[in-house]
Design a protein around this ligand. Sequence first.
Ligand code: PEP
Ligand code: MG
Length: 294
Amino acid sequence: SKEMLQSLKGKEDITLDGKKIKLYANIGGVKDVASVLANDAAGIGLFRSEFLYLEAEDYPSEESQFQAYKTVAQNMAGKKVIVRTLDIGVDKQIGYFNLDHEDNPAMGYRAIRICLDRIEIFKTQLRALLRASAFGNIAIMYPMIISVNEVRQIKEIVEYVKKELDVQGVPYGEFEQGIMIETPAAVMISDLLAEEVDFFSIGTNDLTQYTLAIDRQNMKLDNIYDSHHPAVLRMIQMTIENGHKHGCWVGICGELGADLSLTKTFIRMGIDELSVSPSFVLPVRKNIRETKLS
Ligand code: PEP
Ligand code: MG
């Protein structure tokens, strides 16, 4: 019941046998922080930063991005805020990017591919994020990763931005860096990728799309777009195992993380974090607290 769920506010996200889970929420803008706090999430596991770009008429400035990230970090008062860097493409269109038409946009020029090609856009976002990290517990997450080389390129750019801020005497804090695991390639090399970053967050929306070769936006295929497919579940398991063996904590931020029929399964697999829509925080908390592993 509604009262039952409300009574879970302030309670720990812990199983009956004492395994603690980080239960975070997904947001798409600064105004969503209110519902994260209202639903008592322990942090933000996915801040989809593309909304800042989608709402703007032109490339958002470093200052405007800094203000947005800083506001979210401050409002979360020391709780973790994982910001995902720009994830757009022809499927999430932005006029001023002037992207060419593509026949297969889901497999096209998007997300980190754009950022590593148009580095100035990426650097502006990173500068804003690093500056905001001085005001709260910011972590940075990179989307659509398929190779170790991409992660190394990203880390080089981050180091460059740090040096630039150092020279300018601009402060920044400590921040974790992680990647989304949302391509089968990333899953298959997750042991190698884990050596490069602090955490993984599994994007089950895209991971299902790319694993099953089913366009997630094609309504005609809704009946076979099956995130419970054993191939998807095995990929999640493999990612968790490789992450843990190589020093990463592992979460899920795709819709499947809020699937109440799978909470126990994910905990058995060893998941460390679940990031869900704010309205799912308390229902998932209820499930976590009813789970017994032994
Ligand atoms: C995902 O792919 O599961 C994900 C969380 O990212 P998005 O839905 O924004 O692509
Ligand atoms: Mg995705």
